[in-house]
Design a binder for this molecule. Structure first.
Ligand code: FE2
Length: 258
């Protein structure tokens, strides 16, 4: 698979001239050139979106006009520089509000801030993936062997996967995303629709511990007293399991970077 190497934040902005010099989507920042073996992995792509304790707007992996005429430079520039940038700013702001809430043990605004966290966090993660989901010239109809096999294993054929992706993306109600995803339990691919992009989650997180607050989980005994159920859950919580999941998640991240 072709390698894309990201320049780091703070390095030279990608200018039109530099973009014109990109060969097939490859970007080699002079000050940040990495070995040619660097993989175009999801984790490598996302690494540049968080630095020094804050989420940051990643550089585009190509010039603003590099996707013309299929995706125009003006739209791409506004989309990245304004819309994505705002998600980043508000993601960090939501985290600061939560830090303040924890310090003051005041969670009166937890619902609103949790919504801000999910909305802006998901916007940041998905847009960071979105820029790498396109490249100048596309793949010319070529699908890497590993992905071809995954398509066949999960959907029957690559053609069937493409058709389902197009249909699902076109049918998203209102604003949202079409998403090709890896489901780690079955180790198969799924095609998902995401309405808006958050619904109180941040795409890409790996769950470590979960508490079910659908009414079926507690109503028989606790009726409308969800708080009592949550209190009880916290007394039952398996933090050993959460620690094991955390170790697995960190291990998976390390593997993805190799
Ligand atoms: Fe967007």
């Amino acid at each position: 698979m072709e390698t894309i190497i990201l320049s780091r934040r703070g390095m030279l902005k990608i200018g039109a001239a530099a973009a014109a010099g990109l060969a097939g989507g490859r970007l080699l920042g002079a000050e940040t050139q990495q070995p040619a073996s660097s993989k175009e992995t999801r984790m490598n792509q996302l690494e540049s979106t968080y630095e020094n304790g804050e989420y940051v707007l990643p550089e585009l992996p190509y010039g603003y006009d590099a996707l013309e005429p299929l995706y125009d430079a003006q739209t791409l520039k506004i989309h990245h520089d304004k819309h994505h940038a705002k998600y980043v700013t508000n993601f960090n702001a939501a985290l600061k509000k939560l830090e303040k809430a924890r310090q003051g043990s005041d969670f009166a605004t937890i619902q609103a801030v949790s919504n801000e966290l999910a909305f802006n966090g998901s916007g940041h993660v998905l847009h960071s993936l979105f820029w790498h989901s396109m490249k100048p010239g596309g793949n010319g109809g070529q699908i890497p062997d590993e992905l071809q096999s995954a398509f066949e294993d999960s959907f029957g054929s690559a053609d069937a996967a493409m058709k389902q992706f197009v249909a699902a993306t076109n049918a998203v109600e209102g604003s949202g995303w079409g998403i090709l995803a890896f489901e780690p339990i079955s180790k198969k691919l799924l095609i998902l629709q995401s309405e808006k992009h958050q619904n109180l989650t941040v795409w890409g997180v790996m769950p470590l511990l979960v508490c079910d607050v659908w009414e079926h989980a507690y109503y028989l005994k606790f009726q409308n007293n969800r708080a009592q159920w949550v209190d009880n859950f916290m007394q039952l919580a398996n933090w050993d399991f959460a620690a094991e999941c955390l170790a697995e998640a960190k291990s998976a991240m390390q593997s993805a970077r190799r």
